[in-house]
Design a protein around this ligand. Structure first.
Ligand code: ATP
Length: 373
């Protein structure tokens, strides 16, 4: 059965050579430079990156709040560049919710429909449907300040969805909520998005939020897209050191490369030879690094009494309940190691010498390129 709030048809958003330079100085550094992106109908895509990377500017150009300096924005086959924000079949949910403080929940949600001159009987019907669908029925007569942050966020979402947009835009919608509610709202937004099948563009600087919610993540840095991929691919096979470092935690090991064939490489590190998957652009003589995630490191007791070869030494340990984390000194550098379910494993103490290895198939040999600043 179709959901009563479902969109008619989810939109496809296409960005081509999209560029934004703020101000009149054409030689100024672009906030967004030559971004190409295809957002599929029904997809949940997240723009992620550090402060100032251009994610909000990109979102605001899609919404129409900023005019591109160059390039194209399309929704399905229509060029949107010159279309006013309120004429785009899109709706945005803001960080601050942007509810009208003097209007009731009902009137907040009804606002856009009344502006569109929808007959009032239909407005009532549509708003009631939206409120019921979002479990906001009991709050219809309240003012925003009489509700919690999470409830206000749901009103903001209902107000967006009642417009039946082809694309839903979110600008850091969860950053004003406390940690627990934030995690709960992630799940709520994602379930709603799946249920409605609506194309969604979500902006955040929170890696966990991006990882847990998205079909695909767009990692941006200084106005440029570094990688577009599923959360798992971004985590396991990052295309740059910036992405590897920004998403999750990373150990980078210096290795000697003996040979590369068909996406796998023979390397030596930690006193042994390993066969690891490698980035397609890795070359034998170019600078490379081996990415090993903390949970892929393997530790076992050893007779060794010096940090050399495969022998490392525990510098510190931290107990997190569901996992334990170690800092290990090795000849390839210090490693962060995460061991899940510490109760099922032997635990180690600072000063212990250990044999250090890693799961070969989980490592990733990657080039060290010219990283943007
Ligand atoms: P944040 O998470 O801090 O909002 P962001 O990744 O969303 O960062 P943008 O807000 O898109 O980044 O900003 C990209 C660049 O453009 C930054 O260098 C920022 O200072 C600049 N910028 C953003 N808005 C304006 C504006 N209205 N006028 C001039 N420069 C701007």
């Amino acid at each position: 059965a179709r959901d009563s709030l479902a969109t008619a048809t989810p939109g496809r958003v296409t960005l081509r050579s999209l560029r934004k330079v703020y101000g009149d100085d054409a030689s100024a550094t672009p906030a967004v430079r030559d971004v190409d992106l295809d957002i599929e109908p029904g997809e949940f895509i997240t723009l992620l990156g550090p402060s100032g990377c251009g994610k909000t500017t990109t979102l605001r150009m899609i919404a129409g709040f900023e005019t591109p300096t160059a390039g194209e924005i399309r929704l399905d086959d229509d060029l949107l560049n010159k279309v006013a924000p309120n004429k785009r079949p899109m709706a945005m949910v803001f960080q601050s919710y942007a509810l009208f403080p003097h209007l009731s929940v009902f009137d907040n949600v009804a606002y856009g429909l009344k502006l569109k001159k929808m007959p009032s009987a239909r407005v009532t019907e549509e708003v009631e449907t939206a409120l019921t669908s979002m479990n906001l029925g009991p709050y219809r007569d309240r003012a925003p300040h009489q509700m919690s942050g999470g409830q206000q966020q749901r009103v903001a979402l209902a107000r967006a969805l009642v417009m039946r947009p082809k694309v839903l835009l979110f600008d850091e919608p969860l950053s004003n909520l406390d940690a627990k509610l934030r995690v709960q709202m992630r799940g709520e937004i994602r379930r709603l998005q799946r249920r409605l099948g609506i194309t969604t563009v979500f902006v955040t600087h929170d890696q966990d939020e991006a990882m847990t919610m998205s079909d695909r993540i767009v990692v941006m840095n200084v106005g440029v897209i570094e990688q577009v991929d599923t959360p798992e691919e971004i985590y396991r096979h990052p295309l740059s050191v910036f992405v590897a470092d920004f998403i999750g935690r990373a150990n980078f090991l210096d290795v000697d490369v003996q040979g590369i064939e068909d996406g796998s490489a023979r390397v030596s590190v930690l006193g042994r030879q390993w066969t690891v998957p490698s980035h397609p652009e890795v070359e034998v003589d170019a600078p490379v690094t081996l990415l090993v995630r903390p949970e892929s490191v393997r530790l076992s007791p050893t007779d060794g009494r010096a940090v050399t070869g495969s022998v490392g030494r525990v510098l510190s340990s931290m107990f997190y309940g569901e996992s334990i984390e170690y800092d290990i000194e090795t000849e390839a550098g210090n490693l962060v190691v995460s061991v899940a379910d510490p109760h099922a494993h032997e635990t180690f103490s600072p000063g212990d010498y250990l044999d250090v290895g890693f799961e070969e198939g989980r490592a990733w040999l990657m080039p060290v390129g010219d990283e943007p600043q």
